[in-house]
Structures are given as structure tokens and as C-alpha cells.
Design a protein around this ligand. Sequence first.
Ligand code: SF4
Length: 332
Amino acid sequence: MSLPIVMSPTPTDVYEDPLDVMDEIDRLKIEKDATILAHFYVDGDLQDIADFTGDSLKLARDATKVTTGTIVFCGVHFMGESAKILSPQKKVLMPDLLAGCSLAESCPADKLAAYQQELRAQGRDFQTVAYINTSAAVKALCDWIVTSGNAREIIDRVPADKEILFVPDQHLGRYLSAVTGRPMILWPGSCMVHEVFSIQDMLRAKKNYPGSKIMAHPECPANILEHADIIGGTEKMRKHVAAVAEPTTFLVATEANMIHPLQKAAPQHTFIPVAGIMSSSGETCACNRCPHMARNTLQKVRDCLRDGKPEIVWQPYFAQAEAVLRRSLLEG
Ligand code: SF4
């Protein structure tokens, strides 16, 4: 007779009181001389224990102001890389090194290098502008890095006689091309979260909440953006709702954890996340949650503080990416 297989629980299966884990994190932060940075798309509990929260641009800049020896970056891999690149003397830890980004992955460095080579061989005179959601290896191949917060001013710095190759987000590129009037060669990448918002659900909600305003991230496709009252990155959304005194219902087309900082910034409003839709069945779903950001948990923050790993380790190509990042994000 074969014996039943008994599965022993993995550490993540063991229930721990979140408040106890938060206390441990507070203690370890002091003991290990660490500062926690958290993106607006991670779970609200993580945003609450962080020393700095924000969008990619704000956090990249905040990382350079950290005075402790260690940074714990609750976000995705390219964000930890940017923090390390801009603060090479710091130890940069990530709760989960596997927290990637579908958008960054849609533009691998070898494919971009080959495409740039092809364009040069055709005699095209261009500069490459990359959205910050790219790997450091891709940043090292680019002339400029933009975020949704600084894209317009950076694009204005590209000489008028140069073409622009914009990578990796085709929707953001199309939007920026329209607002700046600069034609762009677009890389066909996109974000798995921002691409799946249900236009039908959004318009139904708009009808059901008369007077409501649609706020959409420019990573959304054009069919969503054309109905939006406010288009902007997460920091712009936060500032916008804080500046509106009149209680308003906002339908929010970006990662659903963004509701947390919006509610904190402007509790007088009602925020409704726009639902995602499954392309296979057409049913609405929770696809407006980023599975990569969801890899960040309280337990993993505690563990990486305690163990001093996993760590973003300096790579030779970071030096070239550093020059581009500094010019784009830190120098006016
Ligand atoms: S929401 Fe999209 S762009 Fe942001 S980290 Fe997740 S996959 Fe990448």
C-alpha cells in the first residue's frame, strides 16, 4: 500500500499576522540601516510601511536622496536596477527578483540593437527614446529615458532634425506623438495590465455615475484614452484629485492598487477601478492587477531585510545606462 503524500507547508503558506510582520520590518529597518521605497502599484500595506512612495520618476529621484546604506525597492526589476544605477554605493534589495514587467520584456536588448542597426543601414538619422519601463541593458542602447511624468519635456530636447525611435510602449508613444507633434517610429510593445481595460464596462460605469470623470494612464490604448477626461501617469493622477475640492466620482483606468494612494490623497472623492477584460472569453476579470507587482509581500520585505538578499548587483552595462538616466531624470 502506498503511503499518502504529506505536503509540508512552504514559508508563504504559514499565516502570519500582518501587524506582527510590520513590527518586524520596523525593527529590521533600523537594525539594517535600510529605507523602503514602494511603487503606487504594490499592495496598500506595503505603501503604508514605506518611507517613500510614488511613480517611477519620483522613486528614481527619491533613491538618490536616501541616507541609509540599504534600499529595499518594492516594485519591479527595472525599478530596482534604476535605483542601483543612480545610487551605486548603496545596497539595493528587492523582495522578489522575479518581479518583472511585461512591457520591459516586450523589448529585449538584442532585438532593439538589431533593429537600430537595420534603421542605420537604411540611412535613418534618429535618436532612441525609451520609456523607463525597460531593462538597464536596453537603457544602455538609448539616448533618452522618459517617464509618463517627464516625457513631453524630454521629447522637446530631441533635436528637431532627428527622427525618434520610441520604445517599448506603442500606446504611450502614439499618445506622445500626438501631444508633441513629433512623428515617431514605434516599437510594438505594451503593458499586459493597461491593454485589457474593458471599454464597455468603463462606458457603462460612466452612464451609471452621472458627472463622473475618467482618469486613464497613457499606457492605455487609444480607444480608452479618447474617452478620458484626465490622461496622466500616477503622480499626475494623485495631484489632480488632491486639487479638486468638490466630491467627485473618478473611474480609474490604471493598476487597481493605485486606488490606495488616491484615497489617501483625496478622501472626499469616490474612486472606482475600471475592470479588465479577458480576451479569450470576453468576461471581465481582475486583470487590472499587475501580477509582477503582486510578487511584493510583507513577508518578502521582512525576509529580504533580514537576509540581505536578493540584491541587484552592479553589471558592466549599468555605466552606460547611468549616463542616459542621469541626463534624462536628474539634469534639467
Ligand atoms: S503594470 Fe504593466 S508596465 Fe507596470 S509593472 Fe506591471 S506589467 Fe509592467
